[in-house]
Write a protein that binds this ligand. Sequence first.
Ligand code: NOJ
Length: 544
Amino acid sequence: MSAWWQKAVVYQIYPRSFQDSNGDGIGDIPGIISRLDYLQFLGITAIWLSPVYQSPNDDNGYDISDYEDIMSEFGSMDDMKKLIHEADKREIKLVMDLVVNHTSDEHAWFVEAKKGKDNPYRDYYVWRDPINGGVPNELHSTFSGSAWTLDEESGQYYLHLFSKKQPDLNWENEKVRQEVYDMMNFWLDMGIGGFRMDVIDLIGKLPDQGITGNGPLLHTYLQEMNQATFGSLDVMTVGETWGATPEIAKLYSDPERKELSMVFQFEHIGLDQQEGKDKWDLKTLSIGQLKHVLSKWQTSLGHQGWNSLFWNNHDLPRIVSRWGNDQEYRVESAKMFAILLHMMKGTPYIYQGEEIGMTNCPISSIEEVDDIESINMYNERLAQGYTKESILSSINAKGRDNARTPMQWDESESAGFTKGTPWLHVNPNYPMINAKENLADTNSIFYTYKKLIELRKEHAIVVWGEYELIEGTAEEVFAYYRVLNGEKWLIVANFSPSEKTFTLSGAIEELLIHNYQDTLPKIGELLLKPYEAFVAKIFRGRKE
Ligand code: NOJ
């Protein structure tokens, strides 16, 4: 199999924060269109667009009130059609976010459903009677508190695995599934390039048994969806699956099973989280573990799956602040992350601003926070007796607003994102870190990404080569080979702010990319500088 999405590099746009065109402080679709030339110059071949549908924005568009209409703040359906067309002219596919585990409570289906137990839409959602006068069970919402909210009028509880304004759809209801498939076909008919499927592992849930992820009917539904919608089309589908192991990932992405193209797995993302606790409870990353986890994913999918490669998205802190160094070695470490990930086997995803080395944006009080997840956690933990300082430090490390501050385009006021007041504060480092400054400097992080994308387009080994971890290096040195038809590439990354040694076992034939400007010895022992990373072609036929 060779599909376009196996060769693609995807760029994620969080529309609220990408580019405002009308001065209301909120990014919009005309703003995105105005930046397509920038994306084309970077070289990406697909865009994953976070939700642009009608939404009351309790969770910034992940609470949809109309799947077939565009959020007024973002523009109109005509703008959307123009975006698809303009992207297509630049050979960029547009992958839409599909959020169908839940809707907004303002969606017409839920408005109807709330009208009473006999309403034809009642069964579109998950309702349960109280047990012993309280919640039906202990299911917890990802956004804190119980996953059940009482509807006073009917005396029943409805399920919401996220905020109470995001009621879960009842996938056991065939009508719900048909509505979703019709809506997907509406978008596919418009010529989109596929779907990123929000928390898709939850649609097979059995709430009464406390089962949320990977429920027994999950794959039956996905096979049905595939048949009813995109199965015969040349599109890409990527499922967000938080708990996936390689074995689980194969169930979604084995081509023979006719489900999805690939999934986002999060095993590496959880490595700085304390065992059995949640994302706010931090521990130091072990680079040994990171190597182990990423290598496992590289080698275990075989022909039954395809990897998604990412460090960032709109839910995660900026990688350069998280596991790199966003001060002295910001540029070096940002390039190191890029080189390490983009030379792996799979489809790389770049989250807006990653390509210019944007960093986390620390806050000092909860008033500065917009994200519902952080705000709810703050209130919950405060009530549990945590100190404000400890909660704010968790938010600074992991809060989702870190990734959501406006894109930094230039040094003008509000970073060129808007002429009005931005909906969320701009990171104060924008005069130094912005796209204009990156574009003007051929040694910038931007040009590292551009070069990595070019290498992927020009060399089959980057797409198809086998991956081999190099064992026995210093713990902080992450090194691997890619191998295809006798060709061998070496990728070396020093994951630390101190110098490390690495011994070459073959000789370097050609240095393909390097995040320092100095030359490298072609053979023997290398002394790697802080966060130094490079890709080199190794002489063929040489014994190791
Ligand atoms: C995952 C999305 O990426 C996140 O932003 C959202 O809050 C939840 N799903 C709920 O839709």
